[in-house]
Design a protein around this ligand. Structure first.
Ligand SMILES: [Zn+2]
Length: 205
């Protein structure tokens, strides 16, 4: 009870609350505690920089899993997106980092730049066809939304654009797009999955 910032057990013994009330209070305190500690722990991890902790709520799935329930195709796509979100999708820079200088961080598709998450999602020219197709779809959705005047700002700012592609539930992106988050989540999920498929297909050896 001390851990969850609850009242002192002796106080409860002296003045027992109604069962339902106590259950409700305790549940809220418990959720709050775990949300705060998860958030705190995540803030210290550089791999989680694109994961919006605002939407990590104990007992509730992250928006990335919405619409993916009971749909094997969507679950498969969501699983890839979650890897990118949590920094566990292995790119050349990750492989190089752990290789002690034996592996190059250069992108194996274009052989031009180092392959980090920004290169993979926004820059690699070998994945441009897939990328353009889905980004255009997003543009169309946003044009019909309430914040259509912000689209150019969103597409001009690489940092925000990348954040939208990885986790559009991030407050900075969510307030900017103003549209249905779930719809954007679905399209960015398809985008990331298409990039993943294309990257795997084009990968030499
Ligand atoms: Zn590349």
């Amino acid at each position: 009870m001390e851990k969850y910032n609850s009242a002192h057990p002796l106080d409860y013994l002296e003045k027992p609350p109604k069962k339902e009330k106590w259950k409700k209070e305790y549940k809220t305190q418990l959720k709050q505690y775990w949300h705060e500690s998860l958030k705190k722990e995540a803030e210290e991890k550089s791999s989680l920089v694109y994961l919006s902790m605002e939407n990590i709520k104990p007992g509730k799935p992250h928006p990335v899993w919405e619409n993916a329930k009971r749909n094997p195709q969507e679950s498969m796509k969501a699983a890839v997106k979650v890897k990118v979100m949590t920094g566990t999708y292995r790119l050349q820079t990750d492989k190089a980092k752990h290789s002690g200088g034996r592996i190059s961080d250069k992108c194996k598709l274009c052989k031009q730049q180092k392959e980090d998450v920004k290169h993979f999602i926004l820059d690699c020219e070998n994945l441009q066809n897939q990328r353009s197709y889905y980004l255009q779809k997003i543009r169309t959705i946003l044009q019909e939304g309430p914040n259509s005047s912000m689209i150019q700002h969103l597409f001009d700012n690489q940092r925000i654009l990348l954040q939208m592609c990885i986790d559009c539930s991030h407050p900075e992106v969510a307030t900017l797009i103003g549209a249905d988050i779930q719809q954007i989540e679905m399209v960015t999920r398809a985008l990331v999955y298409a990039l993943h498929r294309e990257r795997t297909a084009l990968m030499p050896g």
